[in-house]
Ligand binder design. Sequence first.
Ligand code: GRG
Length: 298
Amino acid sequence: MVSRELSMFLAETIEELTGRLEADIAGGGPYDRRVFDAMHYSLMAGGKRLRPVLTLLAALACGGTKDDAYPFAEALEMIHTYSLIHDDLPAMDDDDYRRGRLTNHKVFGEATAILAGDGLLTLAFEVMSRKLVQDPTPANAKAIAVVAHAAGVHGMVSGQMADMEAENSEISPEQLAFIEIHKTGKLIQAALVSGGLSAGASDEELSALEKAGEAIGIAFQIQDDILDVEGSFEELGKDLGSDHENQKATYVSLFGMEKAKQAVEEETQRALQELGRFQNSSGALLRELMLSLVGRRK
Ligand code: GRG
């Protein structure tokens, strides 16, 4: 259960964000309709919109405006969506379902799914660059660099590579930490930091957002691992992790369920502590949102 304030903020913000995303991907004619439809299919598939919400709340917590933060929020959701489309491809995780519906390539075919991912990734940088042209501050330029760093080979791409390399093999706790921080944590961290930058946050505020982002990214990924096991446990009625569909090591398989739950709690507390400095109402909503992620069911 979240407070009335947070649930109202989320409802209003997600509606606004969705309208902006619709406008961003409007277009397409008789010859390229299919790629626009494929982008639309995944962008409007009912994701939680966690990353953009973090961007907007971080901006507001630092005294900024939603308007200034929106281009980064939109871009992060586009990059996240592209990563899911590509992750589901036969060459990667080969999944048929995502968010309860058929994956992009199952509906549109592999080639179109690749192009839809490419289209979303590139559009993300177009949207952020347009903001920089309109408002050419060093902080806006830095926010683009932060997002690029987190999404690319210094972040999510390397996390995905390391994850694929680790498939069906024993991995060390250090390797697992690398995967979780890079695959998931970096983009969540960039969501908070880019929001702060859009608001002209101080170095101290940016450092707090960076540390909170790292902690909440780790907590979110471990919670995802927990939900994965609990989900397949509920569905299949089998022993925990005994027949997990992709043989990937996770925090749960390496350290056990109890330690995993404990780690989620600890990392969330670390994030909350870092965010304690943001004393306005948006700072409070940001902390409440972080706390709600510990108990999330999807
Ligand atoms: C293809 C470069 C590249 C990277 C893919 C994101 C990713 C990296 C893989 C997806 C597999 C996965 C389970 C990653 C962990 C991160 C995670 C929990 C993603 C799901 O994020 P949510 O829960 O998704 O925010 P929704 O559907 O709510 O948007």
